[in-house]
Structure formats: C-alpha cells, structure tokens
Design a protein around this ligand. Structure first.
Ligand SMILES: [Zn+2]
Length: 169
C-alpha cells in the first residue's frame, strides 16, 4: 500500500483519542511523556549535522530521536510530529524511508508529513480546549507551550476571536 490522500479526519481523531485515553485534559501537552507512556522510547540526540527530530522502528520497537534547539515550542512540535508518524501507522501501513534509503516519492512523503502535522496540531492545541479560553494570543502560546507560528496558524484556522478588551484597543 502507498499513501494516496491526506487522512485529515483520522489524524485528528487519533490525537483526540490519545488525549482521552491517557487522561490529558488541559494544556500543555507533553509529547515526550505521552510517547513514553505509549511505550515509545524518546532519546535526545545532539548530532551536529542533524538539526531535526526523527523516528525509527527497530526490532519491533519505536524510538524518537528528538533534536534540541533553542526553540522549545518547535522541539515539542517535532516530537509530536514523529509520534504522529508512529501512531498513525505509517511504519506499519507503508514502506517508509529508512536511514539507508528513500522509498517514498516526494508526494507520498508530503502526504505522510501533512498527516503527522495535522495530528500534532490537534494534539498540542485541541480546538475544544482553545475555544474555552478568552485569552490573548501570547497568553495562549504560554499556556499551550507552542511556537508563535504554530499558535498563530491555529487561531487563524479556528477563527478565534480575541478578547474584547484587546480587540478594541
Ligand atoms: Zn515527518
């Protein structure tokens, strides 16, 4: 089987399911903790030339190798993104790239990365939670511990109304 379409609904449903299943009911969500609870090992790598996080499946076990940058929000996003690849079954359903060889086409890789990002968005910033707050964007960002960019995109998509006091000033 090869990836053909972006499974938006499945990606979101999976994120919501995990939050429920692991009794996570308020921000911030810690993707490393969740991964460990699911049985995925998280390691921090400091390979000079590798400025990103990645995951592997080895002998039936999953590992996430997390990159640490100066941007905590970004790091949390990339760990959640790798978690997304794993829990959305990308390793099981498809012949994904390995360290040694690329097996996916660019288009297929794009599809899987989008799914992992949709999962991440829903996991770190569930729509339901965001809509409960009446806070400024900076306050929401603090609360959810995500990057400026991630929160801004999320709020735009959700059509989030800023508090009246701020909107008027
Ligand atoms: Zn990816």
């Amino acid at each position: 089987m090869r990836p053909r379409t972006i499974r938006d609904d499945i990606a979101r449903a999976k994120a919501r399911y995990l939050l429920r299943e692991y009794n996570i009911s308020r921000p911030p969500v810690y993707p490393e903790d969740l991964a460990e609870r699911i049985g995925i090992q998280v390691r921090y790598h400091c390979v000079d030339d590798v400025g990103f996080s990645f995951s592997i499946k080895k002998n039936g076990e999953y590992f996430i190798f997390a990159d640490i940058s100066s941007n905590q929000g970004r790091d949390r996003w990339s760990v959640a993104h790798e978690l997304g690849h794993i829990v959305l079954g990308h390793y099981e359903l498809y012949h994904v790239d390995t360290i040694m060889c690329d097996r996916l086409t660019d288009r297929e890789r794009y599809i899987l990365d989008r799914e992992a990002d949709i999962f991440t968005e829903e996991l770190l910033m569930p729509a339901e939670w965001i809509m409960k707050y009446t806070l400024k964007e900076t306050e929401l960002r603090e609360l959810f511990k995500v990057s400026k960019e991630a929160m801004s995109i999320r709020l735009n998509k959700l059509n989030y109304q800023l508090p009246a006091s701020q909107a008027r000033s």
